[in-house]
Design a protein around this ligand. Structure first.
Ligand code: NAP
Length: 276
């Protein structure tokens, strides 16, 4: 995929890996770069000003802890990309909540922000990504997904065993499982769906859960941009830049279908009937 001239949507662009990736993409001369974050635009004016010096940039705000806000974001993205989207990068995420927390939508907070919200955004935009030309959906996952269980019988984590790292890993296993399923059911052959572990990176998210040091956000941005630029790799899970085999759970057709069914039910209140 050519980044120059393309319309690229990048979520979670206000910190860490997303911020560094936005800077790399802007420098590569996209046709339009739509960046998202949870803050009001005035709070990220310096970042947006810097990006706008290189590219046509639109900033959109939404809190993934509120699914109605995510649905509004989808409408705003659609309005900002009247010619369609070439690449949608779902990067926004949070560390596991320090203790089990339910959102106002009634979901475990980590699962909602890291999994339900990007699924909702993508579902509402899917008809515009790679329509009539090559397109890519790049879902930022994590190698922590290998350690997780989907807990499909207890999505709100009402049972034992909650920890921030386990909730985070579960949300990322859901992202990889969803990506693998969507790749086999993509709406058109011009759309490639991939997921990526960007590296172990020194960001607020990493340090909220782990004492690991980590590489720089620029290192992860280079990995992410490399994967954004590829093509003909539908269904691939990348460990940094290397194609890798994801957790067997993510490839299990029964787990994929059950997760899909539960996801549809969770999103039904905010999804139009035609897409539910
Ligand atoms: N760091 C690592 O080692 C590592 C490893 C594997 C995978 N990843 C993945 O890489 C991606 C980027 O993570 P990062 O390490 O760069 O973390 P980060 O620095 O915390 O950045 C996360 C981004 O998501 C945004 N965000 C957080 N909560 C949100 C919410 N409720 N609604 C909307 N946006 C929200 C953040 O906004 P703010 O500007 O307010 O923070 C920020 O823009 C994530 O998908 C993460 O799971 C990271």
């Amino acid at each position: 995929m050519r980044v120059g001239g393309s319309t690229i949507v990048l979520t979670g662009a206000t910190s860490g890996i997303g911020r560094a990736t936005a800077q790399s993409i802007a420098a590569a001369g996209p046709g339009r770069l739509v960046v998202h974050g949870p803050q009001d635009e005035a709070e990220v004016a310096e970042l947006i000003g810097g990006l706008s010096a290189h590219a046509d940039v639109v900033y959109l705000r939404a809190d993934y802890g509120d699914l109605a806000d995510v649905a509004r974001l989808a409408a705003d993205v659609r309005a900002a990309c009247p010619g369609g989207i070439d690449v949608l990068v779902n990067n926004a995420a949070r560390p596991g909540a320090p203790s089990r927390t339910l959102t106002g939508d009634g979901h475990e907070a980590t699962f909602q922000v890291n999994y339900l919200a990007p699924v909702l955004l993508t579902t509402l935009l899917l008809d515009t990504v790679g329509a009539g030309r090559p397109g890519r959906l790049v879902n930022v996952a994590s190698a922590t997904h290998y350690s997780a269980s989907l807990r499909l019988d207890d999505l709100t984590w009402s049972g034992n065993g909650y920890s921030p790292a386990a909730a985070y890993a579960r949300s990322k296993l859901a992202v990889v499982t969803w990506s693998c399923r969507l790749a086999t059911r993509r709406p058109r052959e011009t759309l490639d769906v991939v997921s990526i572990h960007p590296g172990v990176i020194a960001t607020g998210l990493l340090h909220a859960m782990f004492s690991a040091g980590g590489d720089s956000p620029e290192y992860a941005a280079a990995n992410l941009l490399d994967v954004v630029r590829r093509d003909h790799d539908n269904g691939t899970y990348y460990d940094e830049r290397r194609p890798a085999t994801p957790s067997p759970v993510a490839l299990d057709a029964v787990a994929q279908e059950l997760l899909d069914e539960l996801t549809r039910r969770a999103l039904a209140p905010v999804l139009p009937a035609a897409t539910a």
